[in-house]
Design a binder for this molecule. Structure first.
Ligand code: NAD
Length: 358
């Protein structure tokens, strides 16, 4: 890529150690030791108790116990219970094994106590690469950024993703693609983040067809997780725009599922932004091997059996006006100005699952 003479940017990189590769879970005890920690509290969802037990065995005497109550959107009550458990056990590190919900719970503990986190992601959501936290209190999810919640060490072991059902693998990968897509037109973007974004999307686009043919394809799982790492890194460094705002609104106010909502909205948000971000869209299209970015995202989801309409996710057509109103309540950065009529149309297209025509 050529830089034009008027290109200027700021680049910084968040700290953090990444250990990547098949079987790298075996290095966990050494990674805990490297942090100078002795007593690890292992976090997981109730569904992933078995993998948490494996992690706990791996830790041997450095395991202080398991807290298995992580759920989506980190309810404050769960965060308080986990914080109390960590204090009661004298934990000096939290090991979060799971997707964004479990890593989010680790972040809620770290926010309160400064406990270091080792994250072992088992989805492609990317939370482990960001300082973003979210806690839900009284039905409202508050999000923010705080350097204390950034995991110190991340172990990416693709063998732990083999059990992720194909449908969730596809939508989780689309969630990752969304981070990279908005990173390519972020107001605070830079050439390094764009390199990561394009490489991340390309890795996922190449992995998905193989992963869907065979969920146990280790090479495809490895490539998808590598792509997810790059996309998560982008999310951690640059500001997100309209797409993430819409998904936050739809998830928070209409209780739609996280990864599926990203999957449905992304092609429509890209279509909306296409006229205002031609270079980003060209790079995205190239990464997906598609004619346009918006159609590439739509086809990547649909071809692999993911939902493409909000209707399929349980959204009511009567709620679209309200969703539009909420999404426009605050101004935020977006390459194309926020236009009420066009955003209402975007939501209609997402509701119906229309393939973008740009
Ligand atoms: P999730 O963590 O909620 O996991 C979904 C389900 O899949 C859970 O039941 C989980 O136990 C199960 N699961 C996860 N990995 C599995 C595996 N390998 N095998 C079998 N089952 C597995 O889903 P998610 O999409 O990873 O995370 C969504 C949450 O993360 C949302 O609350 C979202 O807001 C948050 N998030 C935060 C950030 C951030 O930067 N803070 C980034 C992305 C997502």
């Amino acid at each position: 890529m050529k830089l034009s003479t008027d290109s200027s940017f700021v680049f910084y990189s968040l700290p953090g150690r990444v250990v990547f590769g098949e079987g790298c879970l075996a290095t966990l005890a050494a990674e805990v030791e490297a942090l100078g920690a002795q007593r690890a509290l292992v976090l997981c969802t109730p569904e992933q108790r078995d993998v948490a037990e494996r992690v706990s065995r791996q830790l041997g005497e450095r395991s202080a116990g398991i807290f298995d109550q992580a759920v989506m959107h980190v309810p404050i009550e769960t965060a308080r219970a986990a914080r109390a458990r960590a204090a009661e056990l004298g934990a000096d590190v939290a090991v979060a094994v799971g997707g964004g919900s479990t890593i989010g719970l680790g972040k809620a503990i770290a926010l309160d106590s400064g406990l270091p986190i080792i994250a072992i992601p088992t989805t492609y959501a990317g939370s482990e690469m960001t300082t973003i936290f979210g806690i839900t209190e009284g039905g409202v999810k508050k999000t923010g950024r705080d350097p204390r919640v950034l995991p110190r060490t991340v172990l990416y072991d693709p063998t732990l993703t083999l059990t992720l059902p194909v449908s969730l693998s596809v939508t989780s990968c689309m969630n990752a693609v969304a981070h990279a897509a908005e990173g390519l037109y972020a107001p605070d973007g830079n050439p390094i983040m764009s390199l990561m974004a394009e490489a991340g999307v390309a890795a996922i686009a190449q992995a998905l067809p193989r992963l869907c043919r065979n969920a146990q394809d280790m090479a495809a799982r490895t490539e998808a997780l590598y792509g997810a790492w790059l996309c998560g890194k982008v999310l951690g460094h640059v500001a997100m725009s309209l797409h993430h705002k819409l998904c936050h609104t739809l998830g928070g106010s209409f209780n739609l599922p996280h990864a599926e909502t990203h999957t449905v909205v992304l092609p429509q948000a890209l279509a909306y932004n296409t006229p205002a971000a031609p270079e980003a869209m060209a790079r995205l299209a190239r990464a997906m091997g598609s004619a346009t970015a918006a159609q590439g995202a739509f086809d990547l989801a649909q071809r692999h059996g993911a939902p493409v309409s909000l209707r399929e996710l349980g959204m009511k057509v009567a709620d679209l006006d309200r969703a539009c109103e909420l999404a426009l309540q605050n101004q935020y950065n977006n390459p194309r100005p926020l236009e009420q009529t066009a955003i209402r149309q975007l939501l209609q297209d997402a509701f119906e699952g229309r393939r973008p025509s740009v």
